[in-house]
Design a protein around this ligand. Sequence first.
Ligand SMILES: Cc1cc2nc3c(=O)[nH]c(=O)nc-3n(C[C@H](O)[C@H](O)[C@H](O)COP(=O)(O)OP(=O)(O)OC[C@H]3O[C@@H](n4cnc5c(N)ncnc54)[C@H](O)[C@@H]3O)c2cc1C
Length: 252
Amino acid sequence: MPDVDIAILGGGCAGLSLAARLSATGLSFRVIEPRETYTDDRAWSFWRTGPDPFVDCVRASWSRWTVAGPHRTVTRGSRRYPYQTVTAGAFYARALSLIDDAAQGSIACGVHAGAVEPKAGGSHVDTSDGGFTAAHVIDARTPRRRPDYGQFFLGREIVTDDAVFDPDTVPLMHFRKGYSTGVDFLYILPFARDRALVEVTSFAPSAPADAVMADWLGHEIAACGANAHTVLREERGPCPWRSGIATPPRRR
Ligand SMILES: Cc1cc2nc3c(=O)[nH]c(=O)nc-3n(C[C@H](O)[C@H](O)[C@H](O)COP(=O)(O)OP(=O)(O)OC[C@H]3O[C@@H](n4cnc5c(N)ncnc54)[C@H](O)[C@@H]3O)c2cc1C
């Protein structure tokens, strides 16, 4: 008999989402996660299409958003499918509490998963804290490769001296030109009239230089009218988009 029904390698968004759902099933599972502790390291935004175990972690919800090009801004919205933000800190805390309550679930923090070898009845998982067997293995570890096509972003959550944001409408994709060799746009999550996450983003084969991103973001923050402001936190990163993306056809 394997030690557990399901081994989850990587306790990030995907791994913890799965563990949270498994915690209500009676299946046994073990999450392997190198982080010793979780921090509020990011925020996820998405259109809510139904309930999930993380509804209580929603920080903000909007039913209106805009997309803007050089000549026109289009406003769209939906009360049925609101656009929402979940903060990672609240998400991690909720997932860990559900795992804690699970009769046959656990998470091993500070542990790295290694090789996974097929074995009769499942797989053997090697970890920095010894090995174990599982009937099924879900590998949700960070990909090792550096993204060669991706979304590159730099954002700052700021509090402004003046009320410069519209908290009812998300500027979702306000397209800009010339920062990367791909598609560039500005994105703002307005949490209040004086508080927002302002982010510049490129979908591109490679990231613009750090200085380019920083200058661009500074310019956008100033353009919001947020000259006097305090930075609460900064987020940056690459999201690999390579898998599933077809290579663009060559120009003739
Ligand atoms: C600042 C920031 C903001 C973002 N905002 C958004 C957003 O608004 N919307 C959106 O859709 N996406 C966003 N993303 C992208 C985000 O990375 C993904 O949405 C999501 O976190 C991916 O989930 P994941 O579980 O695949 O990866 P992760 O959440 O990165 O989890 C991978 C896990 O694998 C673990 N791991 C690594 N090596 C090992 C090992 N050897 N053994 C075991 N575990 C291992 C890592 O510690 C990590 O916990 C953002 C990313 C960042 C960095």
